[in-house]
Ligand binder design. Sequence first.
Ligand code: PRT
Length: 285
Amino acid sequence: MTLLKIAIQKSGRLNEGSLKLLKDCGISVENGGDKLKARANGFDLEVIFLRNSDIPHYVEDGVVHLGIVGENVLVESESKVRILEKLGFSRCRLALAVPKEVDYNDINWLNGKQIATSYPKATEAFLIENNLTASLHLISGSVEISPALGLADAVCDLVSSGNTLFSNGLKEVAVLMRSEAVLIQGEINDLQVKQLVQQLQFRIQSVLNARNFKYVLLNCPVSKIDKMNAILPGMKSPSIIPLVDKNWVSLHSVIQENDFWNVIDALKAEGAEGILIVPIEKMVY
Ligand code: PRT
């Protein structure tokens, strides 16, 4: 039997989100102990547990067909892999930061300075693109303490909440790239494997679509249906369900997560009542 092989991070920031995504796709994986690989339930899939930074090479070399990695590692690994989907978790940015007391006006401040980083490829690309000359100090961890130790003038590191920079007396001055977990694929020639990739991608897309939308139910006077319809984005147009009270109806629709509060405020202002918001489990187009 043909098995699709996917690499996910063994432990770290991407592990939980990757397993959760597979679980939402109806695929369960035992992730115990020091296991290198596990046969999944619910799909013809083998999961290989690797380091995030190693995954692009395994995918490129064809040892595994797919991988879930932080987008930023693709820049550093320079692997020839294709991004199939952006997965919307483990979001962060690669940013330049300087000690907060520095009088920093623009990126030209970096000329002739020392920058500590674990991400030399992305940092170098930024310097070249902006015609800057600075020297890189390659550090594999705890980059943020290097200015305080006198090792560097600035750092280039991943940031999510910004707490690490703040607690080390640094301020963010430029964003080089934004990153999130991505599904990657290498060269695949086997037709059966290609078919499995398509099936898995279809499940992932249904899960991601559902995560981006909420199901909304509300009551409104019949006279307000057109107004509500104009506010509700929906997939096509809202469903209208009659109520016992002939002057009122119930409207059902979907709202995009990033639009959510504006739409709810507008509906309330137009007289919507009994608004219920329900999470969607899967959304198939
Ligand atoms: O060892 P392995 O190769 O498996 O993992 P890794 O060294 O890549 O480490 P891991 O698990 O820390 O990160 C995996 C991926 O998560 C990264 O490649 C990013 O794509 C993503 N990610 C998301 C982050 C962060 N957020 C993040 N905040 N990776 C690292 N950080 C670190 C950052 O380096 C800094 O030290 O967290 C600190 C800053 O966090 P805040 O919240 O204080 O800003």
